[in-house]
Design a binder for this molecule. Sequence first.
Ligand code: ADP
Length: 539
Amino acid sequence: MLGLMQDWPLRLHRLIDHAARHHGARPIVSRSVEGPVHRTDYAAIHRRSLALAQRLAREGVKPGDRVATMAWNTWRHIEAWYGITGAGAIYHTLNPRLFPDQIAWILNHAESRLMFCDLSFLKLLEGLAPKLPHILRFIVLTGPETMPETSLPGAVDYESWLAEADGDFEWVAGEENAAAGLCYTSGTTGEPKGVLYSHRSNVIHALACNAPDMLGLSATDRVMPVVPMFHANGWCLPFIAPLSGASLVLPGPKLDGESLQSLMQAEGVTFTAAVPTVWLGLLQYLEASSAPLSTLKRVVIGGSACPRALTAAFERRGVHVVHAWGMTETSPIGTICGVKPEVAGRDAEGTLDLQETQGFPPFTVDMRIVGDDGAEKPWDGTTFGNLQVRGPTVTRGYFKAERDALTPDGWFETGDVATIDPAGYMHITDRTKDVIKSGGEWISSIELENLAMGHPDVAEAAVVAARHPKWDERPLLVVVPKAGREVSRDSLLAHLAPQVAKWWLPDDVVVVAEIPHTATGKILKTKLREQFAGYFGVP
Ligand code: ADP
């Protein structure tokens, strides 16, 4: 017997319909790519998204077609996501920081038909256009006054193109399991892989991740998603904010400390989210300038492990750090470090210990740790295991791949190594390929990096495995000193020694001017490993 409730497919347009009707006047503020700050609201975004869907339909876009975006976080990018999915098509985000050949490979693999792009990327795309036979038209996210000459095929400015539709349109109907978004992992290990979200997976991910112990946004929040929409589904904030009625403050192309601080302060931002590198930049600016950050209450940090020193620096300023773990493949939020009763009421240091963990999953994710034999490992807080997840917001297989990406019993192998403690808090110790295997024992590179970042003169730290004649691999610490400071091997090792087992201490320290980063702002371990693998003289 079926239930007698209404059949109401969980399509993405529900979110913007809801925001427009019940939170219509809530401000959506953006730093535009052209420069000035732009203001709109959910009601206007809703109208323009409908017009965008109508205009796409007139362009010949059909349900299931891929429509690419290469754009910063602005109101126009939000309109593009809702308009594309409202036309039944699939938003396909491109990370402009990838190598141009990789961008071309991804666009051709996805066979995207149209592309919305920001002015910032015209040069890059003009160079690539001859290699992109599927893209029939480039819609440049600007108005007629600021539209430059360009050789891009079918190029039009967004505002003139959009003005050709009046918005008298019904969202294209479809089932909730239809594909809605396509986002490729950055492919640091092999070709990029396309993760294909559905309307349903995005909607329930947004619902589950907004529970009070998760992100818990409300209509009184002013949310600044610093994490770009082209990185891992924009951490789903473009869906969670309209669902909760929160106001959005979008930073556009300017992600340096000064630009972020000034926009947050001017617009009263209460909640923000990005990878650790962005926050290191902001905190360095705050330290140097004494500029205020008085409205910010919470910051979500994820994408790579959040160093304890970074958490402590925010907490000292009265900003609560919410550490989160996830992957493109998990929509992307997999766990969030909320506070369960078992760990409530800790002192400041105890709370920092807790915040080093990545927390526990929302309702839509289940997790476990297993050994290489597939047997489950205990939740004792010390036993390492391969982290596996499953659930309706976790990928089953990659776009155009022949096989599912799951274990025979239906779990997704994350490629991360973790512990889980008796209260159910998961702690990532490493990526499988970054863990240091010394004499048959494992050393966590993340743990050592975290501790090194606590040294007062260190701006950034990475620990990599270097081949060793006796122990197979030994840890090597690579550090960048803070501007104007010096840091020595001895002071660093003396700083680490009381905090780790003797055999975990790095065998040496290399001071460098810069550590390479991936397209999503993480430390590029592959490059560092290549560079330093032979450091101890083993070829
Ligand atoms: P990419 O590999 O393209 O950067 P993802 O953003 O999907 O793609 O990266 C997911 C990976 O990032 C995870 O598997 C994990 O290794 C790492 N990661 C994400 N969040 C955290 C975190 N809070 N702590 C440690 N590692 C993290």
